[in-house]
Design a binder for this molecule. Structure first.
Ligand SMILES: O=P(O)(O)OC[C@H]1O[C@H](O[C@H]2O[C@H](CO)[C@@H](O)[C@H](O)[C@H]2O)[C@H](O)[C@@H](O)[C@@H]1O
Ligand SMILES: O=c1ccn([C@@H]2O[C@H](COP(=O)(O)OP(=O)(O)O)[C@@H](O)[C@H]2O)c(=O)[nH]1
Length: 467
């Protein structure tokens, strides 16, 4: 059987907790199949020498990581990945910093990753590269002589061609994507944007069953929405740490209905818009005052990128003003925490909450939405208020779908969720849980890798692209 080699910027010990959906999902996949997980250590190198490769065993998974020197970290992670690709791919051209220097560092780190990974590869490995940090990696590996199958999965949205085309060098990036054998997206919408782009800008021709002839080779593209390990998550929900959290929350908020939000503190998550909608709820529906409490966890993220500091200040000022204007001696409307909460404690919090607010302005998928559903008691489930702009909305049709830019509409949906009768809550939850169980993380991994396995048989002899 082939060994699975996963490459991603973020690598986490799958036996430990991680904030960020990519690390959580890949940890679950690799814990199951075993294999090699290669990427950045999350640390900065000291001194001038080329950083050491750090290899350690974590159960069935070999973790191989490299440090980045400060210059590479600034250009590749902060500058290009999170200062150009992240905002543009989330439709935020206004926040992109198209400093020409960053792309050099981005390419340099991808070349370094290829150089460090190559000697660790075995002939029949299957390589699965993840996310926007590593778009050119396949082409760099091919340039060094790597012949193994290489698949790619984009965890964030892919915008329509005219937005993508705003990136100087967008054609280089898309050529990089076309160097993979299989390219996977979170949603049909993202997949369509890719197909539109390659047809309009690269004269791609359809070759049937998700395949395209482009740049003189054949690639496969499709939507593979990422899921969670539903069984595992339901198990965590029943474990002592979550159960204890559930009991505590139920006791503490016995007189109130709890609303919950769990997000990295990222401008894509729509946190200020969510707070404004919650404020509107309190203003328009006075009966919710004293009776509804919103717990918002905002996990610190990418603090070296300036747009993230701006959103922190905006959010803190909104939470402060809502509590100042509506709070009472015995009730604070918002409990805001700028901290990462251990994943093992989240299911108890989700289960004790009547409503989850998952209202990003754009999101690749959003695993919190799925975890909230998995954690519910089917006999008395909570309600998911979900942005129509999250990848998850394509699948989770029985959630209350909202436009997060529409403050009044979102407030009305939250009100509806707080009042929803038990029967309707059960019906919606049953359908949502069925979808989640069918399209779980194992489905995601198996369906992607199956396509990649078939690609090899069909594409032997396909020329490699040079960037
Ligand atoms: O690694 P960081 O810079 O700390 O950021 C955390 C991760 O954020 C993004 O997650 C995405 O992947 C999730 C799982 O597929 C998806 O549900 C979510 O919508 C995405 O935002 C990013 O894509 C990852 O690379 C980061 O590790
Ligand atoms: O304080 C926190 C905040 C988030 N998470 C986890 O981080 C992931 C967030 O993934 P999601 O897809 O929702 O968004 P991303 O952060 O990857 O954009 C989920 O598994 C959360 O349970 C966590 O463990 N603790």
């Amino acid at each position: 059987m082939s060994r699975l080699v996963v490459v991603s910027n973020r690598v986490a010990d799958p036996r430990k907790t991680a904030a960020g959906g990519l690390a959580v999902a890949l940890g679950e996949v690799l814990n199951n199949s075993g294999g090699l997980w290669f990427g950045w250590s999350g640390k900065l190198a000291e001194g001038d020498a080329e950083p050491q490769l750090n290899v350690q065993q974590a159960g069935p998974v070999t973790l191989a990581t490299v440090d980045l020197d400060r210059e590479d970290y600034e250009a590749y992670y902060v500058g290009y990945s999170n200062g150009v690709l992240w905002p543009v791919f989330h439709y935020r051209l206004d926040l992109a910093d198209f400093d020409a220097g960053y792309i050099e560092g981005y390419r340099r780190v991808n070349q370094m990753f290829a150089r460090r990974l190559l000697p660790m590869l075995q002939p029949d490995d299957v390589i699965w590269v993840h996310d926007y940090h590593l778009i050119p990696l396949a082409a760099e590996l091919r340039a060094l002589g790597c012949t193994q199958r290489i698949g790619y999965f984009l965890h964030i949205p892919l915008p329509p061609p005219l937005i993508l085309a705003a990136i100087p060098g967008h054609d280089w990036l898309v050529k990089g994507l076309c160097s993979y054998d299989v390219v996977g997206f979170q949603s049909e919408a993202d997949h369509e944007h890719f197909c539109d782009y390659i047809q309009a800008e690269a004269k791609a021709q359809p070759a049937g069953e998700g395949r395209w002839r482009v740049f003189n080779r054949t690639i496969h593209a499709g939507a593979y929405p990422i899921g969670i390990d539903v069984q595992e998550f339901r198990g965590v929900t029943e474990a002592p740490e979550a159960a204890e959290m559930y009991e505590r929350m139920k006791r503490e908020y016995s007189r109130r209905k709890l609303l919950v939000g769990v997000d990295r503190l990222d401008y894509s998550k729509g946190l200020p818009q969510r707070m404004r909608a919650f404020r509107e709820l309190l203003r328009r529906y006075p009966e919710t005052r004293q009776s509804a409490t919103l717990i918002q966890i905002a996990s610190p993220s990418r603090e070296d990128v300036s747009a993230y500091t701006d959103i922190l200040h905006e959010l803190e000022s909104l939470c402060g003003s809502i509590n100042g204007n509506y709070g009472e001696l015995d009730w604070m409307p918002v409990r805001y925490m700028h901290r990462t909460v251990a994943r093992a404690r989240l299911p108890g919090l989700y289960r004790a909450s009547r409503v989850a607010l998952v209202t990003p302005l754009r999101d690749g998928m959003n695993l919190v939405a799925k975890e909230f559903i998995a954690a519910q008691d089917p006999e008395d489930p909570g309600v998911l208020v979900l942005s129509r702009f999250a990848g998850a909305a394509e699948q989770l049709k029985e959630a209350l779908l909202v436009n997060p830019y529409d403050t009044e509409g979102t407030a009305a949906a939250i009100h509806l969720a707080l009042q929803m009768p038990l029967e309707e809550r059960r019906e919606r939850h049953q359908s949502l849980l069925a979808t989640l169980t069918r399209y779980d993380v194992h489905w995601w991994c198996d369906s992607f890798l199956q396509t990649l396995g078939q690609a090899e048989a069909e594409e032997t002899g396909t020329p490699w692209l040079r960037l």
